[in-house]
Design a protein around this ligand. Structure first.
Ligand code: FES
Length: 895
């Protein structure tokens, strides 16, 4: 018999020589703080200590720890919080929290070794980054992690005091926070999906009986009942539920499928070739949507769909002015072509769902961004009474836009739970996550920009072709409505479809690729006009929020002291770039909140969710301020569709949707307390509401989100006013299809980034980031900083590192592990300075709008402009890989 001492308890290890330590910890011992993410020893989420040394448990056979001590995150600190855990909580060194246990275990080991050797000296940023370089955080909490570890090592968290920037901080640093993938119901089955091995084929026969007869299998279902066409590698065909993963794998192998293999088209170049097979004749059979909105009408030409009418905007005078300027050789006309690559969401918690029927009542735990919406959609899809469907998402390990819809993981879990009459879990593996779980579409953007003789912006043309595989409805060019009013604009969006997995909305959908082209065109024009790029933006962009941010940017030392490319020589060159970001102020119609007093405690409830953005803390902070309490004195209930209807976490809409009704409800609750207790807060009391809440009988009030003012009606607001009828229709569609209103005012950002380029090896790295953001008053300031810093890190990955590769012959995605798909790590990130301008949204009750999207829109463009400032050559394709940068340098020196 083999034993190990796991968190101080003698534990018998399984005899199975193939059992991995991560599975034994999670499945047998229910130590679910240890997370399984990459399964390849790359991301560090499964790190545990073996005899005090950090190791990744996803690669370690369980029997290798026989006779040794194992410490998981649950055992760190031996019964009390470790200084590193207290520092992570206080400095908000986490967001979704899925990577946090792995970081905590590694950082605690580093801390203990450091303190033993160096006392309370503060380690350098580089030393900490080197120690934690085996860990990935997709939310981008790195900057705060570096500060937390430094401060813990310096002894600043040695005492017992506990303070958490976010409500659920303690649960996340101790491994107590339960995510969908951590759930285990009695009798729960494990499900796997059989996926298409062909880019285009028709299923002519599917036999599930051999799978149904396999050992341990409880159910097998077809996923192609109504449509046997397969249009990408990885498309679901069937699914099985079995007692464990091994049995499910055996059952998948037993399924018999006959395919009629058809000619496929892989990638946009192949799709546009003359004579290419037409995949969806006039759109017939095309069903995937790459956007957050309903599919807008558009015409088709072969495999090209568009112009998409929802946001496109075509003034013939723009084209005429540009053609005339080109014919006349106008030196101020800028014309360029830009390409952006695919960015995978790469949430560390995979897409997952656990479905369970109790009689005719269905409970589904889902790693989702939309508990309210999914309840409605599940009920509709499965013809169930909505009152008998409950969607729960207690903690969610990231979403970034990819978990907002009713998708395969949920459909499969519910179907199999129906068939097996037992609880079923579906959790994607990393290969599925990096191939079929969505991505930011690639784009080709052609831009022409013409200043007038009076120095104004005369004409702007942007024509974008998006590559979202089999999905359509991308909007890239159309987003240029939101900035730089011109005499005439031509903004046209096309989709190019091919037999590749569907893209999905990703944080600021369409914004980063559009900014990558437009913000570089603005910069290039400033150089031709010989004006400061910040000042040209200030001249051409009248938005008051950005006007204040341009003044802030212009005053930065980094900006004022930048050098020109000609002033530099040698291997390393430095450059500074600026870019602006823009988004819509959105809020969800019908959002309701409840505030209650229960047993002398204040309880706030709304059916929204926290994907790492800090929704719980936004609610607690806001209510605590209203009642002069501490945030931890407010109990927050979210993540459950049975609560009052709340917003989805998409389009930066949660804060703007929930803060106003929370404030209205707070007013009603105060009136109710005064009425029921017969008392009002005594003047001069330190905590007047605390006493009255404790004395009040239980009662509840509700409030619903109201319009801010008449300008939120459809497109009649400052952002869309140049859009005329199309803008009105767009606003109307958003209300009808998404239940989302567009408010007045523009969430804005301006970033100034400094890069260093190694001209020998072609590496570019960001060495300092300044981000100015105007999203009104910060609902939860510490968490807003975390989100803004994370947004820059995701933009940095998009610009420099991240890229998907496919096999052009077969349609297979090749970058299916975190070894191959390069995300930014802790050593890649610069110090980040954040500047918040809190004006501009006084017309919103509470003064706050969302930050998530706008904070990431300008980053890739600012990096590209900085690289141009360093080397004098403009990167027109991202990711700006070393080979591309060296190519640019060669072409630059040849010129
Ligand atoms: Fe690190 Fe979300 S907090 S992955």
């Amino acid at each position: 018999m083999t034993q190990a001492l796991i968190n101080g308890r003698s534990t018998r290890l399984p005899d199975d020589p193939e059992a991995l330590l991560v599975d034994v910890l999670r499945d047998d011992l229910r130590l679910t703080g240890t997370k399984l993410v990459c399964g390849a020893g790359v991301c560090g989420a499964c790190t545990v200590l073996v005899d005090g040394a950090p190791v990744v448990s996803c690669l370690l056979p369980a029997k290798a720890v026989a006779g040794k001590t194992v410490t998981t995150v649950e055992g760190v600190g031996a019964g009390k919080l470790h200084p590193v855990q207290r520092a992570f909580m206080a400095l908000d060194a986490l967001q979704c929290g899925f990577c946090t246990p792995g970081f905590i275990v590694e950082a605690a080991a580093f801390h203990d070794a450091w303190r033993a050797a160096r006392g309370a000296a503060t380690p350098a940023r580089e030393e900490i980054a080197a120690a934690l370089s085996g860990h990935l955080c997709r939310c981008g909490a790195y900057d705060n992690i570096l500060r937390a570890v430094a401060d813990a090592c310096a002894g600043r968290y040695d005492g017992d005091a506990e303070r958490s920037a976010r409500i659920e901080g303690r649960a996340k640093v101790t491994g107590d926070a339960l995510y969908t993938v951590d759930l285990r119901h009695e009798g729960q089955l494990e499900a796997l999906i059989l996926r298409s091995p062909h880019a285009r084929a028709r299923v002519v026969a599917l036999d599930l009986e051999p799978a149904r007869g396999a050992a341990g299998v409880a159910a097998a279902v077809s996923l192609i009942d109504d449509d046997p066409m397969l249009t990408f590698v990885g498309q679901p065909i069937a699914a099985v539920a079995a007692t464990d993963r091994k049995s499910a794998l055996g059952a998948l192998a037993a399924i018999k499928v006959d395919y009629e293999i058809l000619p496929s088209v892989v990638g946009p170049e192949a799709a546009r070739k003359p004579g290419a097979p037409i995949l969806f004749p006039r759109g017939k059979g095309q069903k995937y949507n790459a956007s957050e909105g309903a599919g807008a009408p558009a015409s088709w030409s072969g495999n090209v769909r568009g112009p998409v009418s929802a946001f496109s905007h075509k003034k013939k005078s723009a084209r005429r002015s540009i053609d005339r300027a080109r014919a006349g050789g106008d030196p101020l006309l800028f014309e360029g072509a830009f390409r952006t690559g695919i960015q995978q969401h790469t949430c560390l918690e995979p897409h997952a769902a656990v479905a369970r029927f109790d009689g005719d009542a269905l409970t589904v735990h889902i790693s989702t961004q939309a508990v309210s919406d999914l309840r409605t959609k599940i009920a509709k899809r499965f013809k169930l009474d909505p009152a008998k469907v409950q969607v729960i998402a207690e903690h969610i390990g990231g979403g970034f836009g990819s978990k907002a819809t009713l998708a395969d993981e949920t459909i499969v879990a519910v179907k199999l739970a129906q068939a097996a009459r037992r609880p079923v879990r579906v959790a994607f593996d990393r290969q599925e996550e990096l191939s079929v779980a969505g991505y930011r579409p690639a784009t080709e953007v052609r831009i022409a920009l013409l200043p007038g003789r009076d120095g104004a912006l005369k004409a702007l043309s942007i024509v974008a072709h998006s590559d979202a595989g089999v999905a359509a409805n991308s909007t890239v060019a159309g987003l240029a409505r939101l900035i730089y009013p011109a005499e005439a604009k031509e903004l046209v969006d096309y989709d190019v479809v091919s037999d590749l997995p569907p893209g999905a909305p990703f944080r600021g959908p369409g914004g980063p690729p559009m900014a990558f082209a437009l913000e570089q065109a603005i910069d290039e024009t400033a150089l031709r006009l010989k004006v400061d790029p910040v000042q040209l933006r200030k001249r051409w962009d009248p938005n008051p929020n950005r006007q204040r941010l341009y003044d802030w940017a212009a005053g930065l030392d980094t900006w004022r002291k930048r050098l020109s490319p000609e002033a530099q020589s040698g291997r390393y060159r430095r450059g500074v770039g600026v870019a602006a970001g823009y988004w819509l102020y959105l809020w969800q119609l019908g959002t309701k909140v409840a505030l209650a007093i229960e047993n002398g405690r204040l309880v706030a409830s709304v059916a929204t969710q926290d994907i790492g953005t800090g929704t719980r803390s936004v609610i607690a902070d806001r209510i605590a301020r209203e009642f002069e309490l501490e945030p931890h004195e407010v109990e927050v209930r979210i993540g459950d569709s049975s609560l009052p209807e709340g917003p989805g976490s998409g389009g930066s809409r949660v804060t703007a949707s929930i803060v106003p009704p929370l404030m209205i409800a707070a007013g009603r609750l105060k009136a109710g307390i005064a009425e029921k207790t017969g008392r009002k807060p005594a003047p001069g009391s330190n905590a007047p509401w605390r006493e009255l809440i404790a004395a009040s009988p239980d009662f509840k009030v509700e409030a619903e989100r109201e319009e801010d003012d008449s300008r939120t009606i459809y497109g009649n607001n400052s952002l869309l006013k140049d859009a005329g009828m199309i803008g009105w229709i767009f606003g109307f569609m958003m209300r009808r299809s998404l239940h989302v209103a567009i408010g007045a005012g523009a969430p804005s950002s301006v970033q100034v980034l400094e890069v260093e380029v190694d001209t020998w090896l072609g590496h570019a790295r960001v060495i300092r980031a300044h981000s100015g953001i105007a999203v009104g008053k910060l609902a939860a300031p510490v968490l807003a900083r975390s989100q803004a810093a994370g947004a820059i890190i995701q933009g940095l990955g998009y610009a420099l590192y991240e890229g998907r590769e496919v096999d052009a012959r077969t349609g297979d995605v090749l970058t299916v592990s975190l070894d191959d798909y390069r995300m930014p790590g802790i050593a890649d990130i610069p110090p980040i300075d954040l500047h918040f301008d809190e004006g501009g949204f006084d017309h919103v009750l509470g003064g706050s709008v969302g930050i998530g999207e706008v904070a990431t829109v300008p980053t890739s463009a600012a990096i590209a402009n900085a690289i141009h400032n360093a080397i004098g050559v403009r990167p027109c394709e991202i990711p700006i890989r070393p080979d591309r940068l060296l190519g640019l340098l060669e072409r630059g020196s040849a010129a």
